[in-house]
Design a protein around this ligand. Structure first.
Ligand SMILES: Nc1nc2c(c(=O)[nH]1)N[C@H]1C(S)=C(S)[C@@H](COP(=O)(O)OP(=O)(O)OC[C@H]3O[C@@H](n4cnc5c(=O)[nH]c(N)nc54)[C@H](O)[C@@H]3O)O[C@H]1N2
Ligand SMILES: Nc1nc2c(c(=O)[nH]1)N[C@H]1C(S)=C(S)[C@@H](COP(=O)(O)OP(=O)(O)OC[C@H]3O[C@@H](n4cnc5c(=O)[nH]c(N)nc54)[C@H](O)[C@@H]3O)O[C@H]1N2
Ligand code: SF4
Ligand SMILES: [Mo]
Length: 697
């Protein structure tokens, strides 16, 4: 029996695994890949359980009564499903214009699929309406890095470098739960005496092993970062040579930080002055130092400026571009990095090019064999697109691939209303997600172990997803479905269902762009355990570490950008007195559409738990395990309480792996990245009078 080397279907660590055929299904074992080095988390270990799962979608589904979403779904042939979709696309575009048809993609799609989907919308639909769930993920840090460093590669160094840093500041990042095998690098650093500081309103598993834990009020990280820069300036810890030779704009930032004196920052954030000072001292004097942010710092209505504030601090201390040192964002989804490079973003063409750049349009049009004028202009961001579904000027026919927005988008009751107002909703998925339950047409999709392609992990390392077994007989890959639909729409000659052909085209399309994959081949990926982009030619070694010499900006310098604290879009008040923040549990993944079906994982974590401080619980007569009702200005969720003295008494934490949390969240958007404020909204809390047994609604 031949073994297949591939990678986990879930997060951006993309742990290596070995699949060996057996009857039925496959045997899954961890592999020695440079990121996981033989480790896997519980989700990875059980990923193969979903290949032959009883819930799997095995044929297309359509409504028994077309147009009536209250009528049941029934099995249909691909021809019938395609016929329905194509007819609706034509009808909608004739009546309401090209932009009335759009797509919503995902950071779990392979590079080839993300590329093909972006091309499908621009070339086959000639619509501007496309965006994806990465907008809800790392877009704030990406926006900050683009404008300050000229490039957005989440980690500008290999993950293993983390073990060599003597100081690591983790801001709003909980890798102990979100990427357990990555902890071996943090643990190795700690064992060698490195000091780790965790900034998180909760004492997480990551914070538990750290030297220091800073516990700010959610949404105040920007003030914290500016406060640290204030101290660094006062103490003379700025790397003057680095600032002078390699950056621009420091004077304005320096002036702005005057107002962030430690006592004031302590009042704003709740972090004691001495902890602020100790953190800066370590970052400045115990180098090499790294500052890593994740969603806790970024998913805010000021997320871009917050990421920028941490980046400013890293630049001022001269951390960037030196060995085992620098600023990075921990990308989340399986292909969260590659998924943001190849054109499924509203404003983007492949290679991380801009859709509004005439030279980029020219280049891509040539690769695609079309006239540049055929390319639409940029569309609107994910939540803006969702918010306008079914309205005048909005999308009326939507195709969703690889995202479960009915659960994972903010203000979900509104999202569900909008989805219901569509003329046609098409969902491609493996299982009938909460979003697919609302669809007119459901298309079954091949899973990770049943397809070939490339993914780009959190380090910017391009790796191969390899096929271990064929998909079930009537199930098709997303790439095939994109090519089939393009054919029906009369643009078939521009598309291929073969991943290798698409990757070779992607290489040409990305050539000369920021995310340049031109020199990366499948053979090199096999031989070199992945290749780091940018990699402009086949004789180029790839780029594991960025910024050693210069920054990819017009003058080669990194740019400081002055940023000021802004209050969260919604603050607690007399009516909604507490802050709700949301995030992840170790045993579940994202909207839960996959992991809630894995028995071992649901046994380990059967339902969502709201983390509440015992003092807050006592005030409301809540005991551990009670059902509590959380209410925000937008909705209600009922979930079981888990009392923990590791969380701030003014803050409640809820996971979003089940429907519920996002009924509460605030869709206020960051003005730069269009990231929703997933990490702060105002809520009330009360003991629920819901009958025992009901958990969420
Ligand atoms: N088990 C599991 N692992 C995953 C995923 C999953 O769903 N489940 N998803 C993957 C994906 S797509 C992503 S994006 C990553 C996300 O990985 P992380 O960003 O590490 O995960 P989160 O739990 O969203 O947020 C991290 C921490 O931010 C804290 N936080 C909340 N508000 C604030 C704040 O205002 N400031 C600060 N400093 N911290 C705050 C939370 O308490 C939480 O512990 O995980 C990836 N890995
Ligand atoms: N309140 C709150 N909400 C959040 C967050 C938060 O921290 N708090 N985090 C946000 C973040 S960081 C993220 S990344 C999003 C994630 O939220 P979603 O975008 O909903 O992510 P998933 O649950 O992974 O959805 C992926 C879907 O695609 C299916 N799928 C998997 N692989 C494929 C494939 O190859 N093709 C197709 N067609 N389908 C596939 C899966 O079965 C699943 O239904 O949630 C965001 N929402
Ligand atoms: S850490 Fe991420 S990639 Fe690794 S096994 Fe777990 S879910 Fe999969
Ligand atoms: Mo994410």
């Amino acid at each position: 029996m031949t073994a297949t080397q591939t990678h986990c279907p879930y997060c951006a660590l993309q742990c290596g695994m070995t699949l060996t055929p057996r009857i039925p299904g496959v045997r899954l074992e961890p592999a020695e890949f440079p990121t996981n080095r033989g480790g896997l988390c519980a989700k990875g270990f059980t990923a193969a359980d979903l290949l032959d799962h009883a819930d799997r979608l095995l044929t297309p589904l359509v409504r028994k009564e077309p147009g009536n979403r209250d009528s049941p779904l029934r099995e249909a042939s691909w021809e019938e499903a395609y016929g329905l979709i194509a007819a609706k696309i034509r009808e909608s575009q004739d009546r309401f214009g090209r932009d009335s048809v759009g797509a919503f993609g995902g950071g779990g799609l392979t590079n080839e699929k993300a590329y093909a989907l972006g091309k499908f919308v621009r070339v086959a639909l000639r619509s501007s309406a496309i965006d994806y769930n990465g907008r809800f993920c790392m877009s704030s840090a990406a926006t900050a890095a683009n404008r300050s460093l000229g490039i957005d590669r989440g980690l500008p160094f290999p993950l293993a470098d983390v073990a060599e840093a003597r100081t690591v500041l983790l801001v709003g990042a909980n890798p102990a739960d979100a990427m357990p095998p990555s902890m071996q690098y943090l643990d190795a650093g700690r064992a060698a005496g490195a000091k780790h500081i965790v900034v998180d309103p909760r004492r997480t598993n990551t914070a538990n092993g750290a030297h220091l834990h800073l516990q700010p009020l959610p949404g105040t990280d920007l003030a914290l970062a500016n406060g640290m820069l204030h101290i660094a300036i006062r103490e003379g810890w700025i790397d003057e040579d680095f600032v002078k030779d390699r950056t621009e704009g420091f004077a304005a930032v320096k002036a702005a930080t005057n107002a962030y004196w430690p006592e004031r920052v302590e009042r704003m954030t709740g972090v004691p002055e001495r902890r602020l000072r100790e953190t800066v001292r370590l970052l400045a004097t115990e180098q090499p130092s790294m500052i890593l942010t994740a969603r806790g710092a970024e998913q805010h209505s000021n997320g871009t400026d917050t990421a920028q504030a941490w980046l400013n601090l890293a630049l001022a201390l001269g951390l960037v571009g030196k060995p085992y040192s620098g600023y990075g964002t921990i990308t989340g989804q399986g292909n969260g990095q590659g998924g943001r490079e190849h054109g499924q973003k509203a404003d983007q063409l492949p290679g991380y090019r801009r859709l509004d750049d005439p030279a980029a349009r020219e280049h891509i049009a040539r690769v695609w064999g079309i006239d540049p004028d055929e390319l639409p202009q940029p569309g609107v961001s994910a939540y803006e697109m969702i918010d306008r579904l079914g309205t005048d000027g909005g999308v009326r026919v939507l195709w969703v691939l690889a995202s479960n927005i009915a659960v994972s988008a903010p203000h979900s009751t509104h999202v569900i209303d909008r989805l219901k107002s569509l003329d046609l909703l098409v969902v491609s998925d493996i299982f009938l997600s909460e979003t697919a339950e609302l669809a007119d047409v459901v298309l079954p999709t091949a899973q990770w172990a049943e397809e070939e392609g490339t993914m780009t992990n959190l380090e910017g390392r391009v790796i191969r997803r390899r096929m271990a077994l064929p998909p079930p007989p009537l199930v098709r890959t997303d790439l095939r479905v994109i090519a089939d639909l393009a054919e029906i729409l009369g643009r078939g000659e521009h598309f291929s269902a073969d991943p290798r052909t698409v990757f070779d085209e992607l290489r040409r399309a990305s050539r000369g762009g920021i995310a340049d994959y031109h020199g990366i081949t499948w053979e090199r990926i096999d031989d070199e355990q992945g290749v780091f982009w940018p990699c402009p030619s086949e004789d180029h070694p790839g780029t594991p570490r960025l910024f050693a010499e210069s920054f990819p900006r017009p003058d080669g310098r990194a740019r400081f950008i002055r940023v000021e604290h802004r209050d969260a879009a919604e603050l607690p008040d007399g009516t909604f007195p507490y802050v709700l923040t949301t995030g992840r549990n170790m045993q579940q993944y994202q909207s839960g559409n996959q992991t809630r079906r894995v028995k071992a994982l649901t046994v380990a974590l059967p339902e969502p738990r709201a983390e509440i401080h015992p003092d807050l619980a006592r005030r409301h007569g809540i005991a551990d395990g009670d059902l509590v009702e959380l209410r925000s200005r937008r909705g209600v969720a009922t979930l079981r309480a888990r009392l923990s003295d590791g969380i701030r008494p003014d803050t409640v934490f809820a996971p979003f792996h089940w429907p519920g949390a996002n009924a509460l969240t605030n869709p206020a958007l960051d003005p730069h990245s269009k990231m929703p404020a997933f990490k702060v909204c105002a809520v009330t809390i009360a003991l629920a009078d819901t009958p025992e047994g009901t958990t969420t609604r």
